[in-house]
Write a protein that binds this ligand. Structure first.
Ligand code: URA
Length: 227
């Protein structure tokens, strides 16, 4: 039985290192707006941004924390927590760039690297065209940003770029908006310690590798371009 098949027979929430956002009516309402083929672009950008914010907050919750105490204005001690690691973001161009604004909105001075991977026309394999990453990325926890996890080819190549730069597999949190089991299985099979945060698991891929019911071409809809 293939890995994808095994995952399908289990409750999604039980898959190690897969963090699916709670499927609330609120989240479903946001998805309804952005999945509507007639959505105006300004609504698509605004409401996908709201989901991305939820995803990023969930990703931040997976980072290591350490105890820290403060005194409140009424003179009581509060046993709190603070981040205990260095963080950076890495967006996979182009669609991943749509997630940078939400990351900056919650982590004001966060450094954000970029990776451009495209399918080689001859070999049909994902090929790295460009990367620009923080110098000390090996010491960071990395939020890897790409809203779409379809076949997983690009994600695998991007994760390998991070590993080649010395990032620990367990320090990579892959944040995406929608995913299919094929892509999740591809990532978790090769990189079992990578954490995946997503807001929806789709039914599957169509013959053009678009997710179904899906969202169409995320990059084109977000940036207002044509396929
Ligand atoms: N990329 C997209 O933009 N949409 C999909 O459904 C799959 C990959």
């Amino acid at each position: 039985m293939s890995t994808a098949r095994k995952l399908q027979t289990r409750n999604h929430l039980e898959i190690d290192n897969l963090h699916l956002l709670p499927q609330t009516n609120q989240l479903r309402a946001l998805h309804t707006i952005i999945r509507d083929r007639g959505a105006r672009r300004e609504d698509f950008v605004f409401y996908s941004g709201r989901i991305i914010r939820l995803l990023i907050e969930t990703g931040l919750g997976l980072l290591p924390f350490e105890p820290c105490e403060v005194e409140t204005p009424v003179g009581r001690r509060y046993e709190g927590r603070r981040f205990a690691s260095q963080l950076c973001g890495v967006s996979i161009a182009r669609a991943g760039e749509s997630m940078e604004a939400e990351l900056r909105a919650v982590c004001r001075s966060v450094r954000i690297g970029k990776i451009l991977i495209q399918r080689d026309k001859t070999t049909k394999l994902p090929r790295l065209y460009y990367s620009s990453l923080p110098r000390d990325i090996a010491r960071c926890h990395v939020l890897l940003l790409d809203p779409m996890l379809a076949t997983g080819g690009t994600a695998l190549a991007a994760i390998q770029v991070l590993l080649d730069r010395g990032v620990a597999e367990a320090n990579i949190i892959f944040v995406n908006l929608i995913a299919v089991l094929e892509g999740i299985a591809a990532v978790t099979k090769r990189y079992p310690d990578v954490k995946i945060v997503t807001s929806s698991i789709e039914e599957g891929l169509n013959e053009n590798a678009y997710m179904m019911p899906g969202i169409g071409d995320f990059g084109d809809r977000y940036f207002g371009t044509e396929a």
